[in-house]
Design a protein around this ligand. Structure first.
Ligand code: DHB
Length: 392
């Protein structure tokens, strides 16, 4: 009797343990990517989706025995839709990780859901500093506006630019860019002659450009979200600001690799600061860009790199948990990751969960070695820049 009981217990125990493990291994590991695939920011969705597909094609879609399943959802850039989609993905699809978030308001709408459900939320686009502070489950692989705006202010002050007008999109990342550019420029002895903010939706830049002209600056500093650069550049030339001797300086969002080559000669010589250029001269980046273009027929931009790195951070975390996953275990394994991205060396700061990276100063040029196309050519670098925008 006792022996039979013992035997049964042993059998149960023996059979039970592998069965649990088999269960985890049988279940796909689900990543819910929420992106604007339609509407004004559709290029962000197109770039990021292509990068995720490239990552899976290169690395395979099985990690530690778990099949990786990526679910792409279009939020059309509408925050209420992001919130609803995140909720559905967590409750119905039982996703292991949420990712994407093409604009700051979209990331803010999803953050409470990440907190409530203890789901890691990997922000691969939105770039306002405070996003990582909205939930302890947010990890960011893109960048922050303070991170890239201070460097260009310093460059301007050192290059005989004394008076600057600023023009930014009128929402949180624009406010970040304006504030950090202004502080750094004034600290270096520069003068700000105008602060202009343009509507996020379908902006007409003409009236703002007239005000820039009237304020008589040496240079105009600009931040606009990915997708608006080409329109801006066209209007800048049409209003004759380049001919009036007003230099254009910006964050790299304006000379976005997604649109740069179509901007034409007006973009030549524009100086920007950013964390990624498709022309970044490293073997890792050449390999990335070549593979990306072979797959997708367009050039990767900074959004693509952030999504590609986001996949790296997520799958390495899954590997660290030996395929078991779990919100808190994954989050812990995302913190502190160090690796070489196509953009250069990066670190996920374990304290802030934000990305630490090199910030480059670049100049738009026609690059003969790259088919005579327009690229942002890096000529200076600030190493391992932490987000200067954190409140603590
Ligand atoms: C944000 C969006 C962008 O397209 C960009 O280039 C920078 C920031 C944002 O909304 O956070």
């Amino acid at each position: 009797m006792t022996r039979r009981y013992l035997l049964q217990a042993l059998l149960l125990f023996g059979a039970g343990l592998p069965a649990t493990m088999a269960l985890a291994a049988d279940k796909p590991f689900k990543i819910g990517f929420i992106l604007p695939m339609t509407g004004q920011s559709a290029s962000t969705g197109r770039q990021e989706e292509a990068a995720v597909k490239l990552f899976l094609a290169q690395n395979g879609s099985t990690v530690s025995g778990r099949k990786i399943e990526v679910i792409f959802k279009d939020d059309a850039g509408v925050a209420e839709q992001t919130r609803r989609t995140a909720q559905e993905l967590v409750v119905n699809e039982k996703v292991d990780v949420l990712a994407g978030f093409g604009l700051t308001p979209l990331a803010l709408a999803a953050a409470p859901i990440a907190t409530q459900s203890k789901t890691p939320m990997v922000v691969t686009a939105a770039a306002t500093s405070m996003i990582t502070e909205q939930s302890p489950y947010v990890v960011r692989t893109s960048f922050t506006l303070p991170q890239v705006s201070a460097s260009i202010a310093e460059w301007a002050a050192k290059n005989r630019i004394r008076k600057v007008a600023t023009l930014v999109a009128d929402y949180a990342p624009g406010v970040d860019a304006e504030k950090f550019f202004k502080n750094q420029f004034q600290l270096n002895g520069g003068q700000i002659v105008a602060n202009l903010r343009t509507p996020l939706k379908s902006p007409d830049f003409a009236p703002f450009l007239q005000r820039v002209r009237d304020s008589g600056p040496d240079a105009l500093f600009v931040f606009l979200p990915s997708g608006q650069g080409a329109t801006f550049m066209k209007q800048f030339a049409e209003r004759g600001l380049d001919k009036a001797g007003i230099r254009l300086i910006a964050t790299g969002d304006v000379t976005d690799d997604d649109q740069l080559n179509e901007m034409g000669d007006v973009a030549l010589g524009v100086i920007t600061s950013h964390h990624y250029s498709a022309a970044h001269p490293s073997p890792a980046n050449r390999k990335f860009v070549d593979a990306f273009q072979a797959q997708s027929k367009f050039r990767p931009n900074f959004m693509a790199v952030a999504a590609y790195d986001g996949m790296r951070v997520i799958t390495k975390a899954l590997e660290a948990t030996k395929g078991q996953g779990g919100g808190d275990a994954l989050l812990a394994a995302m913190k502190g990751q160090i690796f070489e991205s196509p953009r250069g060396p990066v670190l996920i700061d374990a304290q802030t969960r934000d990305i630490v990276q090199d910030v480059y100063i670049r100049k738009v040029a026609r690059v003969e070695a790259l088919g005579g196309q327009l690229y942002n050519q890096e000529f200076d670098v600030q190493k391992q820049v932490k987000d200067p925008g954190k409140s603590k």
